[in-house]
Design a protein around this ligand. Structure first.
Ligand code: NI
Length: 153
């Protein structure tokens, strides 16, 4: 396991569309482990593969609650419903935050690190985090969607 470098806003890799994962092998597992380490090292609650320069449809989330680390591979968001506004920030856009509208609830279908399909229902901060990380897979940053002023510290 290793800490990987997080790409920052302005790096064109962050703006590219990621490709699906087709091999659920040890190389993928190493990447997932490194992504979790990198997220924890930087006190983040989510990290997407393009943020460490890998253009694959992968993200990890850990909200520091009892549900622990979640890994999502080839995710699809289905049945987004309602609206919530949350303040977001991003490890690739340091010292910056702003309010973004996201679905209040959603379901996500994805594969785990062994390729097994699973489905999860999400609301509140988990729904926000899933949408934020999912956007990274399509080259979208939260700052693109901020309502009003982008805040800087
Ligand atoms: Ni982000």
């Amino acid at each position: 396991m290793a800490i990987r470098q997080i790409l920052k806003d302005g790096d064109e890799t962050l703006r590219k569309k990621s490709r699906p994962v087709d091999r659920f092998d040890s190389r993928l597992h190493e990447l997932l482990d490194d992504m979790a380490d990198t997220m924890y090292e930087n006190n983040g609650i989510g990290l997407a593969a393009p943020q460490v320069g890998i253009l694959r449809r992968i993200f990890v989330i850990d909200l520091n609650d009892e549900t622990g680390l979640k890994e999502f591979i080839n995710p699809e968001i289905v049945e987004p419903s309602g609206c919530q506004t949350a303040t977001e920030c991003c490890l690739s856009v340091p010292d910056t935050w702003g309010e973004v509208d996201r679905p209040a609830t959603l379901k996500i279908k994805a594969q785990d690190r062994h390729g097994k399909l699973f489905e999860l229902e999400a609301e509140e901060i988990l729904a926000v985090c899933i949408c934020h990380e999912y956007d990274h897979l399509d080259g979208i940053l939260f700052k693109d969607k901020v309502k009003g002023e982008l805040q800087h510290s």
